[in-house]
Design a protein around this ligand. Structure first.
Ligand code: IPM
Ligand code: MN
Length: 417
């Protein structure tokens, strides 16, 4: 079959040499619809060499209040049939907390296994922030937030609810599988052009001694498989301090779901505000969803007062994830900052040279943490994490990325499957 006549149903249908991207659009609640409207105008302006089919979804508070539905299964199936999804925001003061968040937003993240929540924190030159001592170049990092487990799974429950002896349990679920695929993504990202080969684990290992220990061990093990990447560790409370005091110490932050949620709001503020911060819920092998992370801002809805740049940044990330890097770069050149392509997760702009001094400023040089832990059981060579022996190239996630690249037509479009 020649490239010209190759057709696929998804992702990225190719017909007569032109790719059609089916983009699911969930405008959602509050200011979601208006910022998504602006972002779609940008998408329309930058698309070149490919077509876009928009598939709109009526999901969010209005539908819930009208019909009682949050995310009917058939809508989920339609979402799963898209190449990517653009989401405005969900949440509404008329709906009790948790309903739309859990049954719509989190359900999409979980059901589509969007296990990475990728949140670039970059500062566009000239943007003023609340932290006057930050130079533009000090703020350039990506938070790789776990997006499929942790405290967000909903595990837990009440006992004797409503009584004086009430018990409320909210459990954090952390699986080795989940932590490994997350941490692998972070290390792989740190190696990409434009990044600075440093991964910082942000956790609370001094208190969360089970979950934190698992995270730390996986980072140590994975670090050995990525010898060119420096690893560091910061407690989450200290990370908040450093995000203000010296953000240049961070390149790639890897963290759990809840800590990632919290520190990325702070991250948005050192970028210049929630109106600028974009994020992606990524399933590297499936359907990813991109969103401005600022929420619904219901007080501003309909007033045109919310900056659409975060939604436009979400489109930028979406295009990069789908391999439409030229279109993404066009969108970047339309903003005031050519370097703003740095806000995209993949195939970043050219590396920013960083002096050794600016690097070492933020880096603690410590012996590997495992060497400090006398209680850590010694592993035999045989039961060491397989990654050590196979090297990063052999991690299943990498093989899957390569397959996906071919499947999506980035590498060998049109070759017989
Ligand atoms: C976010 C939001 C969501 C989260 C809420 C709306 C469930 O705060 O995307 O950061 O906590 O993940
Ligand atoms: Mn949040």
């Amino acid at each position: 079959m020649s490239a010209e006549v190759a057709t696929e149903t998804r992702p990225g249908r190719v017909g007569l040499g032109r790719r059609a991207l089916r983009i699911g659009v969930i405008p959602g609640d509050g200011t979601g619809p208006e910022v998504v409207g602006e972002a779609l105008r940008v998408l329309d302006a930058v698309k070149e060499g490919f077509d876009v089919e928009l598939e709109r979804f009526d999901l969010g508070a209005e539908r819930y209040l009208r019909t009682g539905e949050t995310l009917p299964d058939e809508e989920l199936v339609r979402l799963a049939g898209c190449d990517a999804i653009l989401l405005g925001a969900v949440g509404d003061p008329r709906v009790p907390p948790g309903i739309l968040e859990r049954e719509l937003l989190l359900r999409i993240r979980f059901e589509l296994d969007q296990y990475i929540n990728l949140r670039p924190i970059v500062r566009y030159p000239g943007v003023k922030t609340l932290v006057p001592h930050h130079a533009d170049t000090d703020v350039d990092m990506v938070v790789v937030r776990e997006n499929s487990e942790g405290l967000y799974t909903g595990a837990g429950g009440f006992h004797r609810k409503g009584t004086p002896h009430e018990v409320a349990v909210q459990e954090s679920i952390n699986t080795r599988h989940g932590v490994e695929r997350l941490v692998w993504y972070a290390f792989d990202l740190a190696m990409r052009p434009g990044r600075h080969r440093k991964v910082t684990l942000v956790h609370k290992t001094n208190v969360l001694t089970y979950a934190g220990d698992l995270y730390q061990r996986v980072v140590d093990e994975m670090g050995a498989a990525f010898p060119d990447v420096e690893t560091d560790y910061t407690h989450v409370d200290a990370a908040c301090l450093y995000l203000i005091e010296d953000p240049s110490r961070f390149d790639v932050i890897v963290t759990d779901n809840m800590f990632g949620d919290i520190i990325t709001d702070l991250g948005a503020m050192i970028q210049g505000g929630m109106g600028i911060a974009a994020g992606g819920n990524i399933n590297p092998d499936g359907v990813s969803m991109f969103e401005p992370i600022g929420g619904t801002a219901p007080d501003h809805a309909g007033k045109g007062t919310i900056n659409p740049l975060a939604a436009i940044g979400a489109v930028h990330m979406l295009l990069n994830e789908l391999g439409e890097t030229d279109a993404a770069a066009t969108r970047a050149s339309g903003s005031r900052a050519p370097s703003s392509t740095r806000c995209a997760p993949a195939r970043w702009a050219s590396p920013r040279p960083r002096s050794a001094t600016s690097w070492s400023k933020g880096c603690r040089r410590e012996p590997p943490r495992r060497a400090l832990r006398h209680d850590a059981p010694r592993r035999s060579a045989g039961d060491r994490l397989l990654l050590h022996d196979r090297g990063p190239a052999a991690h299943p996630a990498q093989a899957r990325s390569a397959r996906r690249a071919v499947h999506r037509g980035w590498v060998a479009r049109g070759e017989p499957a």
